[in-house]
Write a protein that binds this ligand. Structure first.
Ligand code: SN0
Length: 315
C-alpha cells in the first residue's frame, strides 16, 4: 500500500476488518515488520488522538517514530510555487518534503482545510505534494477533505457494537461556535457507503456536503425523523460547503440530547472528539452508558496499526 486516503486504498473491507480484529487481539505479533523502520509524523495542526494512537500503533509494530509539529518546531513552509521568497517563510515545501523522505520509510501528514479557497482545499495541495515528492508511502492523518484513520476506526467500532447485521447509522450535523472542516463527515460517509450499513445523513439546509461524497446517500432534513430507529448516532459539526467555510447556524435545537436519543433503537453515541459539550452533545448523552466515544478513540490505534502493517508489508 503506497497511500492511505480512501477506503479503496485498503481494498476489501471485510478482509480489512478481519485484519483489524487480529491486530487488536494480538498487537505485538508483527514487531519484526517495523524493525529498523522509521515513521515520520508531520503535524500542521493540533492533535491528541491521532498523534498518540499513530505513535502507539507504529511502536507496537516495532518502528521508530519521529514527530514534528512543523509550525512550532520547523521552518515556516512556503507552499505556493513561483513566488519570490522575500517574506517570512524560509523554506519551500518542495525541498522540505523530499528531505523528510530521506529520514524515514513511511510518512503521516496532518494538514487541515484552511478555508481560504475551496478549490485549493479540495485539490489537497499539501497532501499531494507529500505523495508526489517524498518517495515514501503516505498516510493521511486528516487532510483538507478526509480523515480516513478516523473513519476506519469508526467502522471497526460499529462492527464491534452492532446488534443487527445491517445497523441504521445516522450522521447528524451539530452546532459549534467555530467553522470546522468537512474532512470527518466526508470520510465517514465515504466509508459507510461501502460498509454493510443503512446510512442516513441529517443536517440543516445549507450544510450539504460535497456532491462527490453524497452521491446516492439518503439525506433527511428533519433530525428527529432521522433519529427514529437508529442503532448508531454519529455527531459532527462542519462548516458549509456551498458557502464555503461559513457557519450558517449555531442553532442548539440540533444539539444531540436525551430526548432525541430516546427516539432511537437504544442507539450508541459516537463522536471523533474533541467535542464541545452542550453544543454538539449534552453532558447526559456523552456520559451515558450508550456513549462509546472512548472505545471509538481506542480503535484509532487499531486502524493506524492495520494501515501501517499493510504499508510495512509492501515496502
Ligand atoms: C477537527 C475537525 O476536523 O473538526 C479535528 C477532529 C478530529 N476539530 C477541531 O478542529 C475542533 C476545534 C474546536 O475548537 O472545537
Amino acid at each position: 500500500m503506497r497511500r492511505f486516503l480512501t477506503p479503496s486504498d485498503i481494498g476489501n473491507l471485510s478482509q480489512a476488518l478481519k485484519e483489524a480484529a487480529e491486530v487488536k487481539k494480538n498487537p505485538y505479533a508483527h514487531q519484526h515488520l517495523g524493525k529498523n523502520k522509521t515513521a515520520v509524523l508531520i503535524f500542521f495542526n493540533s492533535s491528541l488522538r491521532t498523534r498518540l494512537s499513530t505513535q502507539k500503533a507504529a511502536t507496537n509494530l516495532g518502528m521508530n517514530v519521529i514527530i514534528l509539529d512543523i509550525n512550532k518546531d520547523g521552518w515556516q513552509l512556503e507552499t505556493e510555487t513561483g513566488v519570490i521568497m522575500d517574506g517570512d517563510k524560509p523554506e519551500h515545501i518542495r525541498e522540505a518534503v523530499p528531505v523528510i523522505g530521506q529520514y524515514c520509510d513511511i510518512i503521516g501528514v496532518r494538514s487541515f482545510a484552511r478555508f481560504e479557497n475551496k478549490e485549493e482545499d479540495y485539490s489537497e495541495k499539501i497532501l499531494n505534494q507529500f505523495i508526489e515528492l517524498s518517495g515514501r508511502p503516505v498516510i493521511s492523518m486528516e487532510s483538507a477533505t478526509r480523515h480516513p484513520l478516523q473513519a476506519f476506526a469508526d467502522l471497526v467500532t460499529i462492527e464491534e457494537h452492532r446488534s443487527v447485521q445491517r445497523p441504521k447509522v445516522v450522521l447528524t450535523w451539530a452546532p459549534h461556535p467555530k467553522a470546522l472542516p468537512q474532512a470527518v463527515p466526508n470520510s465517514f460517509v465515504e466509508w459507510m457507503k461501502v460498509a454493510d450499513v443503512d446510512l442516513t445523513v441529517t443536517h440543516p439546509k445549507g450544510y450539504e456536503l460535497a456532491p462527490e461524497f453524497m452521491d446516492g446517500v439518503h439525506v433527511e432534513y428533519d433530525q428527529k425523523k432521522a433519529f427514529e430507529g437508529a442503532d448508531f448516532i454519529y455527531a459532527k459539526s462542519w462548516a458549509s460547503f456551498s458557502e464555503y467555510g461559513k457557519v450558517l447556524s449555531t442553532d442548539r435545537s440540533w444539539t444531540v440530547d436525551e430526548e432525541k436519543m430516546a427516539l432511537t433503537n437504544k442507539a450508541k453515541f459516537m463522536h471523533c472528539l474533541p467535542v464541545r459539550r452542550n453544543m454538539v452533545v449534552t453532558d447526559g448523552v456523552i456520559e451515558s452508558p450508550d456513549s462509546i466515544v472512548v472505545q471509538e478513540a481506542a480503535n484509532r490505534v487499531v486502524s493506524a496499526q492495520t494501515v501501517l502493517k499493510r504499508m510495512l508489508e509492501s515496502l
